[in-house]
Design a protein around this ligand. Structure first.
Ligand code: LIP
Length: 266
């Protein structure tokens, strides 16, 4: 199937899930469960959204595999896997901050970020009326308009986005890194939705983004969108439960930030 058709499916399914999730927010949201720590929450809407996405994708492409935040992995036979975050930015969603997204990517190869190739991805932020899309070799777009990363800047003039893990030991480490990095850059943002942080690198709204301890569904679509907009996207596996470190920025900024983060043992 051509990448454009895969993208059409990703966008359509993500939009339907975004509508469901917005509907479920009316009247407020309650925590359904806690996951890796007391601050890592899941709502009923996360589960409903994933169920809807899973059903729609299975109806359209029954041979493909699936990897979702809430319901886990299922191997397919086609060599393609859909990697899904049914609500990225669940904490924002819980509090009614309109900065959360449905993130859907389709990848080729093993459903493991170090060995897969993302073919198409859509990140839908209904609150902002924004749909980010990307296809391998086809560029990335925001509501149909082509995206490009910001120009090179000195780190002292770079606006950097980051995020924090749910595990408290890691947060202590992340706080230390932020304290050392803050005086060296223009400012730091923690917006709470990794897929949108990557899309913001793609649109030039921030100069760079880095985060430790992400899961594949947090970055599968956003990393493709950022890369297709001209960003260098670097990831490495870490010892922490197979979670990822990711850094995305205009190539020269990425190099400078990577060097500083290395010095800080980030
Ligand atoms: C969350 C992110 C957030 C990041 C957290 C977490 P969730 O995803 O998008 O920005 O800092 O590490 O992964 O749990 O809302 O899907």
């Amino acid at each position: 199937m051509p990448h454009d058709e895969l993208l059409d499916l990703a966008r359509s399914v993500a939009t339907q899930a975004a509508e469901l999730v917005a509907q479920r927010r009316i009247g407020g949201v309650a925590v359904a469960d806690r996951k890796t720590s007391s601050v890592d929450v899941v709502t009923h809407a996360d589960r409903e959204s994933e169920q809807l996405i899973r059903t729609l994708l299975a109806d359209a492409r029954p041979e493909d595999g699936f990897l979702g935040e809430e319901s886990g992995a299922e191997r397919g036979t086609s060599g393609l896997t859909w990697v899904v975050d049914p609500i990225d930015g669940t904490v924002n969603y819980l509090y009614g901050i309109p900065h959360y997204a449905i993130s859907i990517a389709v990848v080729e190869g093993e459903p493991e970020p170090s060995s897969w190739k993302a073919l198409a991805g859509a990140v839908v932020n209904l609150g902002a009326g924004e749909t980010y899309t990307g296809t391998l070799g086809g560029g990335s777009h925001l509501n149909g308009q082509p995206l490009h990363v910001a120009d090179e800047v000195d780190l002292s003039e770079a606006l950097i986005a980051t995020g924090f893990a749910y595990l408290q030991e890691l947060r202590v480490e992340q706080g230390r890194v932020i304290a050392d990095l803050l005086p060296q850059v223009r400012d730091i943002r923690r917006m709470g939705t990794a897929s949108l942080d990557l899309c913001m690198v793609a649109s030039g709204r921030v100069n760079a983004y880095f985060e430790r301890s992400l899961n594949p569904w947090d970055h599968a679509a956003g990393a493709l969108i950022a890369r297709e907009a001209g960003a260098t996207v670097k990831g490495r596996g870490t010892e922490a439960e197979g979670k990822d470190f990711i850094l995305a920025a205009e190539p020269a900024v990425a190099q400078k930030l990577e060097a500083v983060l290395k010095q800080l043992n980030a």
